[in-house]
Design a protein around this ligand. Structure first.
Ligand code: MF3
Ligand code: CO
Length: 256
């Protein structure tokens, strides 16, 4: 069953998502050559605490493994779930996905984007633009009466049109009281397939897009997902509320 949020659930999702967006946008200001991904993780940890929230990543358990960092920071060929490290120094020309998941007052907000470090190549810039556009096109399909596959199809079509590989091994997801709720939201699929979209769903839509082939593998740390061919990858994510009037992005950048 896909959870439907009532008015209270929606109000709390708004608050959690506002914190997640705040942390993401503040953290972005610290991305520059010379900073380590450990530094960024610590900055995010403090930002999350400053809002009275908690990282939903830290201690997140899959099997007998617990995620050891407060955020997911994934550089270049790392697609998602990278772990901040004092050894990973950002350099001019890198890209980094910042993925922030916070729990606030019992609800979870999830958002991410990939940003350049200094100057990047036109090819990689194109990867970022197309991936961000794919997220917007996917969100536009999150309309009541559509199906989850309509989101998937819109994302896949846009990325593949530009020759990029769409990751298959990881998917977007419902989000709410738990970080991962039903439904799964693949970034590839057929129009008209999957569950029907109803009012009150909160969906984390998150294209993961490779400059090269779609294949990925997991590093020996048990978490970091990298492209198999070593080419860079982009990741953009919003938490979206489905309303009768249309999709509403809950993780918009703070306005002030
Ligand atoms: N945004 C990521 C996701 O939706 C969060 C990773 S969870 C972690 O799966 F525990 F690995 F950090
Ligand atoms: Co997510």
């Amino acid at each position: 069953m896909i959870p439907i949020k009532d008015a209270t659930g929606i109000a709390r999702m708004r608050e959690a998502c506002a914190v997640a967006a705040y942390v993401l946008h503040e953290l972005k200001k610290h991305v520059k050559p010379g900073v380590t991904t450990y530094d960024l993780d610590q900055i995010a940890k403090d930002l999350i605490a400053s809002r009275g929230a908690r990282s939903a990543c830290f201690g997140y358990q899959i099997g007998d493994r617990r995620f050891p960092a407060y955020t997911c920071l994934s550089v270049n060929e790392e697609v998602v779930h990278g772990i901040g490290s004092m050894k990973r120094v950002l350099r001019d020309g890198d890209i980094i996905s910042l993925d922030i998941v916070v729990e606030y007052n019992g609800y979870i907000g999830d958002n991410a984007f990939t940003v350049p470090v200094g100057a990047i190549s036109p090819e990689v810039q194109k990867l970022l633009s197309v991936s961000e556009e794919a997220l917007a096109l996917g969100i536009a399909q999150a309309r009541v009466g559509n199906r989850i596959g309509d989101i998937s199809h819109a994302i896949q079509t846009h990325c593949e049109k530009h020759g990029f590989g769409v990751v298959r091994d990881l998917v977007g997801h419902g989000v709410g009281v738990d970080m991962h709720e039903e439904p799964q939201i693949p970034n590839f699929g057929r129009k008209g397939s999957g569950a029907k979209i109803r009012p009150g769903m909160t969906l984390a839509i998150e294209p993961m897009v490779n400059l090269g082939a779609w294949r990925t593998k997991c590093l020996s740390d048990g978490w970091t997902i990298v492209t198999t061919d070593g080419a860079p990858a982009a990741h953009f994510e919003h938490t979206v509320l489905t309303r009768e009037e249309g999709p509403e992005i809950l993780t918009l950048p703070p306005s002030a």
